[in-house]
Design a protein around this ligand. Structure first.
Ligand SMILES: [Fe+2]
Ligand SMILES: [Fe+2]
Length: 326
């Protein structure tokens, strides 16, 4: 155990190496044990391929417009993975030893995430409902535009962000799965269910990292949590746009569609926050100084405040015609 008062962030991250190493096999699946997009989609080497595609397209025809829009937005978000991996690599204090547990985590996480965009993209292509060129242009834009998560390069803020974000993606993929099932596409439901399960495991990992930091450096970790919640957690695809549309201007329409069909709402944002407060035992945290206590007070009071704001917000009803949907 390192003394909190003396701990620098780099020391804490270094100290966590044995913990991360121990937990890698719990937080990541081996390639041998992993699902692949090919398990969930028609196999082009089989004689049944064309019949399977026909069935897939028939089911996709009945999916609602907003669901298709949300699926495209989710896919573009997943496909911007190069942005997320390069961001993870710039976090201050992460030991760069390629054989060390932190780099193993970064690579393993990326390798798992890479399947998400592949699976969703291939489904959308086969569905026949998407203007693939428009979707691909949005993906290229998003990777080129990057993002601003307001975490600086701080590991504490970054892991608050990823804890929140992986939970949010778990919720949204899970809800898409439920809606796809209701609308009669069990294959899509299964695919999104598999993605959601990965996200849940990743969320568990990042939350555990933060719990560990709270053990070593409660005050600084508390201040980082407060700071991220004051700034609000932005979605990684907040710069999303279509061809001919200004930076970030498509993103709002995407989140409106997600709200309308209940895939991800402002109530979810508050639920995630409450979950993190619970998980990290913020209420009973010890070792805080005066600033840390104030940060705790702010975070503890935030869910009620957010709920009040959410009650006043209307679900956006304006339909938007996305260039992505054929
Ligand atoms: Fe993902
Ligand atoms: Fe994820």
């Amino acid at each position: 155990m390192i003394t909190a008062a003396l701990a620098s962030r780099a020391e804490v991250i270094k100290w966590m190496e044995s913990f991360v190493s121990e937990k890698l096999s719990e937080f990541l699946k081996t390639v041998e044990d992993s699902w692949q997009p090919a398990d969930l989609l028609p196999d082009a080497t089989m004689d049944t391929f064309l019949d399977e595609i026909k069935d897939l397209r028939e089911r996709a025809r009945d999916l609602s417009y907003d669901l298709m829009a949300v699926l495209v937005g989710d896919t573009i978000t997943e496909e911007a993975l190069p942005t997320y991996e390069s961001w993870l690599m710039t976090i201050d204090g992460l030991p760069q030893d390629p054989n060390g547990p932190w780099m193993k985590w970064n690579r393993g996480w990326t390798a798992e995430e890479n399947r998400h965009g592949d699976a969703l993209n291939r489904y959308l292509y086969l569905s026949g409902r998407i203007n693939m060129r428009e979707m691909e242009a949005s993906t290229q834009y998003l990777i080129a535009d990057g993002f601003d998560l307001q975490t600086d390069s701080d590991p504490y803020r970054s892991f608050v962000y990823t804890s929140f974000q992986e939970t949010a993606t778990n919720i949204s993929h899970r809800r898409v799965a439920q809606i796809a099932k209701r609308q009669g596409d069990l294959q899509l439901a299964k695919l999104c269910g598999h993605v959601a399960a990965d996200e849940a495991r990743h969320a568990k990992a990042y939350k555990a990292f933060v719990s560990k930091i709270f053990e070593a450096d409660p005050n600084e970790m508390m201040l980082a949590f407060e700071d991220m919640m004051r700034k609000k957690i932005v979605m990684p695809a907040h710069y999303m746009r279509e061809l001919g549309v200004d930076l970030g201007k498509t993103f709002g329409h995407f989140t409106d569609a997600a709200q309308r069909i209940g895939v991800y709402t402002s109530a979810d944002y508050t639920d995630i926050l409450e979950g993190l407060i619970d998980e990290w035992k913020i209420e009973t945290l010890t070792g805080l100084n005066e600033a840390g206590e104030r940060a705790r007070d702010y975070v503890m009071a935030l869910p009620v405040r957010l709920k009040r704001v959410a009650e006043r917000m209307k679900v956006p009803s304006l339909e938007y015609k996305f260039r992505w949907i054929a």
